[in-house]
Design a protein. Sequence first.
Lengths: 261, 320
Amino acid sequence: MSLRIVVTVKYVPDATGDRHFADDLTVDRDDVDGLLSELDEYAVEQALQIAEDADDAEVTVLTVGPEDAKDALRKALSMGADKAIHVEDDDLHGTDAIGTSLVLAKAIEKAGYDLVISGMASTDGTMGVVPALVAERLGVPQVTLLSEVKVEDGTVTGRRDGDAASEQLEASLPAVVSVTDQSGEARYPSFKGIMAAKKKPVQSWDLSDLDIEAEEVGLDGAWTKVDAANARPARTAGTIVKDEGEGGKQLAEFLAGQKFI
Amino acid sequence: MAEVLVYVDHVDGAVRKPTLELLTLARRIGEPVAVALGGGAADTAATLAEHGAVKVLTHEAAEYADYLVVPKVDALQAAVAAVSPAAVLVPSSAEGKEIAARLALRIGSGIITDAVDLEASDEGPVATQSVFAASFTTKTRVAKGTPVITVKPNSAAVEAAPAAGAVEALAVSFSALATGTKVTGRTPRESTGRPELTEAAIVVSGGRGVNGAENFAIIEALADSLGAAVGASRAAVDAGWYPHTNQVGQTGKSVSPQLYIANGISGAIQHRAGMQTSKTIVAVNKDPEAPIFDLVDYGVVGDLFDVVPQLTEEVKARKG
């Protein structure tokens, strides 16, 4: 039987752009170019490798986001994913992590899955909790933050490098996996891949397709409220000296003045 | 006074510093009740009491070490049911965030991660977060349920505040999902004898300019002269010069020490995301145009192979 892999991806504002907040204190997505979150490329890569090693597998990329988020799906398709699902609905604007996990879980269930693969975190929100939340909602094992992952005979194994120890993990499918940027360089889309991606199916679902009420998501339904967002004051310009042979000593003098030595 | 649950991060009973910082923050909101799980849980009580825990709920079971995350969620959920706290605080480690998120979902609450400060308000605790590579600061509240908040290391001072710290056994029944992900092996990280990167008061980091694994010895020598932790940029880690566990930046550790010393690091956005909230920043870099110099309190444009050893010698001489 075919191994059904769903990769969750996020379309994020470019981290090298001038990211800021909109008037309603949600992330402004209009003024900064968006792209497939770099950390999700690792998830797509691992999904493709697992699919290549399996006899028969299908990789579906799933995103929740505005119209432009299709670009992220297109990128994943050009890397080699087979098909894509785009959950798009005006009522989703301002949805937080808990709400996003609801939408993802419903969409994953509707799509059908044996394995869900996510990146370790988004590059904009950077919470890193959505894979755990999706696993909780789906009621399947969470095998997260893997630097190495392997799927064999209905079992997923992997290495999780934690703060205090490196752990070997094992769980039966179906399961939710997340992979780190240590899991292996993501491939670049080939020209052929880019051309092929244009013909791959992208399905669009809205909240009613997933039996989700508008009140459960969006800014009003959010479980957290942002009261204020302020640009951090620019750091006051520091002293810069050119090393003329005494640079180390000058630095030591500064550190001593600041009571670090 | 309302009780505030604090999840205890400990290694065989030795409480890690971020947990003590959480007790400081918890006391701003209410009375801290600590939850310690797994081997050595009861041994945490004395330290926790010294720092303000009125109660320490403990539960020891093999499941906490043998299975990933979920047994701890089950226990914390039992503690929430037993205490009905005003908030739940968890250290912002990778595991801490996962535990907190699943707990929040189960108890019908919102979650805030990576808070760098916390204050009480009429509408519940308000968390300060540092976002978009620390270019913005937000104030956020949990709008529904019991606030579940994870807090980054170095967000508050550790304060002595003696309290009863009465140990009580927590009754926990594990859910069907608890044994879903088995930990089949564990290799503890080798101790370097240096402070923990995320907890250190001083971090000395090396980047592309260090130009080789063997050259990290001069970064380590400076770190040791200052009693600092050693960090590395992604470029240095990707090149295989230093372990990933020491990576500072978006995909590594996020640090907020009193002093950050960047050596041979240009200061790309991904790196800044992990160190921009440091109190004092200094840098040594050959390139006067390196973006890291926009952040520094003091910068030396020069060859790190000249400047860093001289600094190390000077620090040693001054410390006598």
